[in-house]
Write a protein that binds this ligand. Structure first.
Ligand SMILES: NC(=O)C1=CN([C@@H]2O[C@H](COP(=O)(O)OP(=O)(O)OC[C@H]3O[C@@H](n4cnc5c(N)ncnc54)[C@H](O)[C@@H]3O)[C@@H](O)[C@H]2O)C=CC1
Ligand SMILES: CC(=O)[C@H](N)C(=O)O
Length: 373
């Protein structure tokens, strides 16, 4: 029985392969004769490995959210405009549409995804599509479909075509029984949101595909991300973006979390830098496939005080949203990212003071430009 023999060999390799994940191609899909979707073993004939091209050919899913456009800008600067394709199910604004390749892609449509990967000779896939924590709780069936079924499509396409795959996870992948201050990479993960559950599932499935099929899966657990030129998509950490907009527009901010709710946070430039760095890191430097990354940790009260150093007149009131508060109370307060710092040299640039100055400078200059027109 050759199939049984092959599987026995594969099983032996699995037991022998080091837990570090340094051997990327321990079990190529071809060696077991079927891909995760049961396609014939030669179905990946059209895949293009990174070494065959000067630059990776990158597809970003869910690219019109808070993070995708900024990441596309960074990657296009590095790899060339036409080597980075943004995709989403929404209509892009003119500024995005005319800044580089954009394509419609619904991650729930497997055939369409595969066609995009094949026709555009994609080698790296950055999977940003998701429903975040608060919107996920408001629509659990949709969150389950996009975050879990969609991820399965992504994993299969990536494994079938030999892609390097990045899937972000989050502080939301931890729950009330996790150590919260600090939260290490490896500990109990029992989140209580569909978002968190789907992200733990993504971490585990990605790592499983790595060891089982040799998928080059890379994952960072992002903290709450703060950006000036893009809006957050419905998360628990959104208050830390909204405070800046309201401070500039009205001088008054109503916070939906309690003043002493401490959460890990990061400025978007650091988040995108980390993503690029982990994607470029040699596989031999990665002792794990999923890393915490962090920059700072603060409460709404501490953030408000820092903003008030620049805008003494800012008034902050609290009107707590019970659902968001319960989520925040189950998440890490401080994130231990020592493994990322040790393995691939992760280092953040923005602390809270730098973040606040940068956000206010950006939004103020935007307001002045708007008034001048
Ligand atoms: N922004 C943050 O603070 C954090 C984000 N992350 C993760 O980073 C990734 C990107 O986050 P954001 O840009 O903030 O998210 P976002 O919510 O702003 O954007 C998500 C995008 O996914 C798209 N999408 C929804 N359903 C889709 C489908 N069926 N097919 C294709 N696209 C679909 C939406 O149209 C949207 O543009 C997500 O996976 C998120 O979980 C993780 C931790 C923190
Ligand atoms: C931290 C996240 O994953 C996101 N910003 C959310 O609050 O849901």
């Amino acid at each position: 029985m050759p199939v049984v023999r092959t599987l026995t060999r594969v099983a032996k390799q699995m037991t022998l392969s080091p837990a570090c994940g340094c051997q990327v191609s321990v079990m190529p899909i071809r060696s077991i004769g079927f891909s995760p979707r049961q396609v014939p073993s030669d179905a990946s004939f059209h895949s293009v490995s990174f070494s065959e091209t000067d630059h990776p050919r990158v597809l970003i899913t869910g690219g019109l959210g808070q993070l995708g456009v900024g990441l596309a800008k960074l990657l296009r600067k590095r790899y060339g405009k036409n080597n980075v394709i943004l995709s989403d199910i929404r209509k892009p604004p003119d500024s995005v549409f005319y800044s580089g390749p954009f394509i419609y892609s619904d991650i729930l449509d497997y055939k369409n995804l595969r066609e995009i990967v094949v026709n555009n000779r994609i080698t790296w896939l950055i999977h940003y599509s998701a429903l975040l924590s608060a919107v996920g709780e408001a629509n659990v069936p949709l969150a389950r479909a996009v975050n879990i079924t969609g991820l399965h499509n992504i994993l299969d396409i990536a494994a079938e075509h030999g892609l390097r795959l990045f899937v972000p996870s989050t502080i939301g992948a931890f729950g009330p029984t996790s150590p919260r201050n600090p939260t290490p990479d490896l500990c109990v993960q029992r989140p209580r949101t569909i978002y968190g559950v789907s992200k733990v599932h993504a971490e585990l499935m990605g790592e499983y595909y790595h060891y089982r099929y040799g998928l080059d899966f890379r994952c960072l657990r992002y903290p709450g991300i703060i950006s000036a030129d893009s809006q957050p998509g419905g998360g628990t950490t959104d208050y830390a973006v909204q405070i800046f907009h309201d401070a500039i527009k009205t001088g008054r901010f109503t916070c939906n979390l309690k003043p002493d709710t401490r959460l890990p946070m990061m400025y978007i430039d650091d988040c995108l830098k980390a993503t690029l760095e982990v994607m470029e890191a040699p596989a031999s430097s990665l002792t794990m496939r999923t890393y915490n990354i962090n920059a700072m940790s603060f409460t709404p009260e501490e953030l408000a005080q820092e903003v008030q150093k620049h805008m003494t007149e800012l008034e902050v009131v609290y009107d707590v949203d019970a659902i968001r508060q319960a989520i925040a109370d189950s998440w890490p307060m401080n994130f231990d990212d020592s493994n990322a710092r040790k393995d691939w040299g992760w280092k953040h640039d923005f602390d809270m003071a730098e973040l606040v100055t940068t956000m206010l400078n950006y939004l103020n200059s935007e307001r002045l430009a708007f008034q001048a027109n």
